[in-house]
Design a protein around this ligand. Structure first.
Ligand code: ADP
Length: 265
């Protein structure tokens, strides 16, 4: 623990005395440290593509000025780097928006089976390019929760995108919607969204840290896939705001399954 100590002398009717105040600032220091780490991470993540962009601009203005081939190639790389910065800024805004709303309960009625089909449809092109089949299994034709439709869509989108990107070797991704057996305190009043892939899986030592901002199992692979390292942090925040829980289970060589447990009205 970290304490801040202040001492002041006082005159009392009984003579001179001292007041010593110990204030536990452990939480404050930790929060401050986390904020500093976050700013350092963001700066680093932005600087990498920015440095590449500046380098290519210099080259295009100088040595490669008259080389049409090089120009095409460099512009392509520049577009990719700019895209990376755009995704990062978009994810940072999402994260800050969700954090800002953490204490406000979402109020809309959202139908999850339709949402699941809609997300699967929107990601069909990504799945097709990765040669992955998306399967949907819903035990119930429709189920409503109280929530924020855009945020719940983002949860599913992030999870399914990860399953396609990292689990593509498994050739299929399955999405499920069912009444959860593992939330006894809800007494059947809950629902589980499950996104499963049959890819390489994640070593268990990484699992507790996956929802930290910028935590990646393999940074090189994540960057190659266009990842920002913020996807699961955003998911975690949204689920918490919906008073839900998130369970990640994974077996190396068999795949990963992420369950989102949400209370229903
Ligand atoms: P990213 O933008 O890097 O994908 P996420 O927060 O979405 O960031 O995920 C964090 C890390 O967790 C990823 O970099 C990846 O290493 C790992 N990961 C996430 N989903 C899966 C999955 N389905 N299979 C294997 N690894 C995964």
């Amino acid at each position: 623990s970290t304490f801040e100590v202040t001492c002041s002398y006082v005159d009392t009717p009984l003579g001179q005395g001292a007041v010593v105040v110990f204030q536990d600032v452990t939480m404050l220091t930790q929060a401050e440290q986390m904020r500093r780490d976050f700013v350092a991470n963001v700066s680093h993540e932005l600087r990498t593509p920015l440095t590449a962009l500046i380098g290519f601009i210099e080259t295009l203005r100088g040595p490669a000025k008259d080389d049409a081939n090089a120009r095409e190639r460099f512009l392509e790389i520049m577009a990719r780097e700019a895209g990376r910065m755009e995704r990062l800024v978009k994810d940072l805004l999402s994260l800050s928006q969700v954090e800002g709303e953490a204490r406000m309960r979402p109020t809309e009625r959202v139908e999850l089976a339709g949402l699941m089909r809609s997300v699967a449809g929107a990601l069909a092109p990504l799945a097709r390019d990765a040669e992955v089949e998306i399967e949907i299994e819903t035990a119930v034709p429709e189920i409503h929760v109280q929530g924020d439709p855009d945020q719940l869509r983002q949860v599913l989108t992030n999870l399914v995108e990860n399953a396609i990107k990292y689990g593509r070797s498994g050739k299929r991704v399955s999405l499920g919607l069912s009444a959860p057996e593992e939330m006894p305190e809800l007494q059947g009043q809950g629902v589980a969204l499950v996104v499963r892939d049959y890819g390489p899986g994640i070593d268990e030592i990484h699992i507790p840290r996956l929802t930290e901002r910028f935590y990646r199992v393999d940074s090189h692979r994540s960057r190659e896939m266009g990842g920002t390292g913020l996807g699961l942090a955003i998911v975690k925040h949204i689920v918490t705001r919906h008073r839900g829980r998130m369970r990640i289970s994974s077996t190396l060589g068999e795949g990963t399954s992420i369950r989102i447990l949400l209370p229903v009205d």
